[in-house]
Design a protein around this ligand. Structure first.
Ligand code: SF4
Ligand code: SF4
Length: 731
């Protein structure tokens, strides 16, 4: 060993020892913080599906590739990171000797070729990612950046390290070529040979370049070890676990659809036995999230994909799902020393730790522990109430997140505590909650007017109990029964089902709100009250039928989602379809025949709870395709990336005081297609978009109408827009 190699070996060993020691401490710290969370036993079942999904999403980049250029570049960088770790290992042999290499595979042409190719593609990939980060940097001219609020130096640092390590790899190989110590043929390693052709014949160059490569790699390890909240780096290790433990590994749209039930100590909360002094009601402290919640926060890469799709953020509200996650992460890690020392408040608000336990806790951690989880700037709150209440639970963030963070569950968990324990929520929503409790519907309409929508129809709408048998129970929903525009959809659907000869029946006055708005605002108590009542009614209506024959058709995607995805949590198992699915089936089987195409151009707005939350994208488009003259014109944001109307998450019953109105933003996008008809599949979307169109004074040029009404006009052109015969019904 020459003197240069002696120095390079000592320096490499020293920095590696320090880096590895710090990294081990950091890993222990992350594990300790995650373990502070509440139990969540449901995350451990179905290991095969979990493993398969995790491998597909990581090795296959199935979610990232939806952002195709970024996804492809990131895939190459990820593969380069994994494979080229071998080359960092090889550098340890090269600091010792300029002819050093990996035992066994070193010198093998195939290894040389693969590492060369991955080195080239990884370099291209990282340059693309750096260019994208610079192009999308915050404050750039011409639009909001998805990186706004991200810690930019960390992103640049990580990317610069990757680039430098890749470049050093080619330099090491180049010096080996120049000094004639390189064992791989030119055809397998053309770039290394080209670099070698311009480098001097300096033998120590191999060891010096290898040392620099190790120094860069270990500096990276030291920096991330000293910054455990540096998600842009730590996600490389944590993403595997976060994806593996996601809520519904076998479901497209995991973390969407049903909300996670309200849990206390790892078990669903039963309100008949629950006690706020011993059971956790939602989340009031960061450690009351489950360990998976804390893992979610730790894994965030700060990529901002969620933020770029969030309707609240895009219309100037203070909510960004990314910033919410980052705030919770930073708070959890800052508070952790206090919690790890035994600190924390019990459910009555008493401090659990003794003074002796807290004596050595850092004052900053103690100060962090005093911050309320939800509170305005004057109280030093971690999450501002305006952030919490701006969410429409549209699920765009969950859909976009490449590491499967479950934002909606976390937001609703925080809302649950605010509503159930603090009674703190936008006051205007109180009327809706009172109406649900007292009248069984959010509008407070009298129950005996639930069947008013049937008046004027030229056929009898049968009620459950009055007919011998029925195939579908038609769940009308509160909007469908009480709201004027939605009543038109209800009539159109009933008319089409009647026309197609489908046997169906309604519950009439036996129906009550599914509880969706109560659940999304956080009032699990009212939700369970309504849901239990409905499950009982429905189980009675379907008595004696197996699950496949307990069929429900619903026009409201919120009812559809709650009945199909959430009532199972309370013992109600049904086969629920949305009316657009049933209508598409009836058209495709020839039971309904559109005869007169509707003209003027149509665009379709995907309701969040039908599309993203339940993956129903094609049936409404099929119905429209069969009924309209020209092909459906898609809006720029459609299907999985559809933009919310602004009504979900009980926002329908809250004032929208901050920023631009979400419905106006969506209407502008719809109108930009030039279509005269904006078709919807949800009564809330219908209300919001109608309001948006009217607000823009465009009511004469553009019409917002349900898919069912479009079909009815094509099937029965003589029918008027209310789903009633054009001629007055006589007799
Ligand atoms: S659910 Fe929708 S509104 Fe709520 S944070 Fe996510 S993207 Fe934003
Ligand atoms: S999409 Fe996921 S990883 Fe990216 S910033 Fe949002 S929460 Fe973090």
């Amino acid at each position: 060993m020459g003197s240069v190699q002696l120095v390079t070996t000592i320096l490499a060993a020293a920095i590696t020892t320090l880096a590895v020691w710090l990294a081990v401490q950091a890993v222990l710290r992350i594990v300790a913080v995650v373990r502070l969370g509440q139990p969540d036993p449901a995350r451990f079942g179905d290991t095969l599906t979990r493993t398969r999904t995790m491998l597909a999403e990581t090795a296959g980049h199935t979610r990232m590739l939806r952002w195709s250029v970024v996804g492809a570049a990131h895939w190459f960088v990820m593969v380069a990171f994994v494979v080229l770790s071998l080359l960092v290992l090889e550098a340890y042999f090269e600091v010792v000797s300029p002819t050093g290499g990996l035992p066994l595979i070193g010198g093998w042409a195939a290894y040389g070729l693969v590492t060369e190719l991955i080195g080239i593609l990884g370099t291209v990939g990282i340059v693309v990612l750096i260019a994208i980060r610079i192009r999308n940097r915050p404050g750039r001219p011409g639009g909001r950046s998805r990186f706004t609020g991200s810690t930019m130096w960390q992103g640049y640092f990580v990317e610069a390290v990757v680039l430098a390590v890749l470049v050093m790899g080619f330099l090491i190989r180049g010096f080996k070529v120049a000094t004639d110590h390189f064992e791989y043929p030119t055809w397998a390693t053309p770039v290394s040979h080209a670099v070698g052709a311009v480098l001097p014949d300096w033998e120590a160059g191999v060891s010096v370049a290898a040392l620099i490569k190790i120094m860069i790699s270990m500096t990276w390890l030291i920096v991330i070890a000293l910054n455990v909240t540096m998600g842009v780096a730590w996600h490389r290790f944590l993403a595997f676990f976060n994806i593996y433990f996601k809520r519904d590994p076998g479901r497209a749209g995991s973390g969407l659809g049903a909300l996670r039930p309200m849990m206390s100590n790892g078990k669903p909360l039963d309100f008949e036995e629950a006690d706020p002094e011993s059971d956790q009601f939602g989340v009031a402290q960061v450690e009351q999230f489950t360990w998976k919640g804390l893992l979610d926060f730790s894994t965030c890469t700060e990529c901002g994909r969620c933020q770029s799709q969030c309707p609240a953020w895009n219309t100037g509200k203070p909510l960004s799902p990314k910033l919410l996650v980052l705030s919770l992460r930073d708070h959890a890690y800052a508070k952790a020393p206090y919690l790890l020392a035994g600190g924390g408040k019990d459910l009555t608000g008493e401090e659990k730790a003794t003074a002796a336990q807290l004596a050595h806790v850092d004052v900053l951690a103690l100060a962090e522990a005093e911050k309320p989880l939800i509170g305005g700037a004057e109280e030093g709150g971690v999450i501002d109430p305006d952030v919490l209440w701006s969410c429409t639970t549209c699920g765009a963030c969950v859909e976009q997140c490449p590491v499967d963070i479950e934002h909606v569950d976390h937001i609703v968990d925080m809302r649950r505590y605010q509503v159930l324990i603090e009674s703190s929520f936008p006051s205007e929503a109180g009327v809706m909650l009172r109406n649900l409790e007292n009248k069984g519907n959010p509008w407070g309409a009298p129950q005996n007017t639930r069947e008013d929508w049937t008046k004027g129809l030229d056929f009898q709408v049968p009620r459950v109990g009055e007919v011998e048998d029925f195939e579908y129970l038609f769940w009308v929903g509160c909007a469908g029964a009480f709201e004027d525009r939605a009543k038109k959809t209800t009539r159109a659907v009933a008319t089409l089902l009647h026309e197609a000869g489908v046997s169906f029946a309604i519950l009439g006055e036996g129906e009550t709100c599914t509880g969706d708005p109560a659940r999304r605002i956080g009032n699990e108590f009212v939700f369970q009250m309504l849901a239990q009542q409905n499950v009982e009614t429905l189980n009675e209506a379907f008595e004696g039928r197996e699950k496949t024959k307990r069929k429900i058709v619903a026009t409201c995607p919120h009812c559809f989602n709650t009945l199909g995805n959430e009532y199972g949590q309370l013992g109600g198992e049904f086969e629920v379809v949305h009316h657009t699915q049933l209508l598409a089936h009836l058209v495709s089987t020839g039971k309904l025949t559109p005869v007169q195409p509707v003209d003027g151009g149509v665009t379709y707005h995907d309701p969040c709870y039908l599309g993203r939350h339940n993956r129903i994208f094609a049936p409404p488009r099929e119905v429209l395709g069969s009924s309209v003259q020209e092909a459906v014109t898609e809006m720029p944001r459609n299907s999985e990336r559809s933009f919310c109307c602004g009504a979900g998450g009980a926002r329908m019953w809250m004032e929208e005081r901050i920023g631009k109105r979400i419905n106006v933003d969506r209407v502008e996008e719809a109108m930009s297609t030039g279509a005269k008809t904006i078709a919807v599949g949800c009564p809330f979307c219908s209300t919001m978009l109608n309001d948006g169109v009217n607000g823009k004074g465009a009511g004469e040029q553009v019409e917002v109408v349900d898919v069912a009404s479009v079909l009815l006009r094509s099937v029965k052109p003589a029918q008027d827009r209310d789903g009633q015969p054009a001629e007055p019904v006589t007799g």
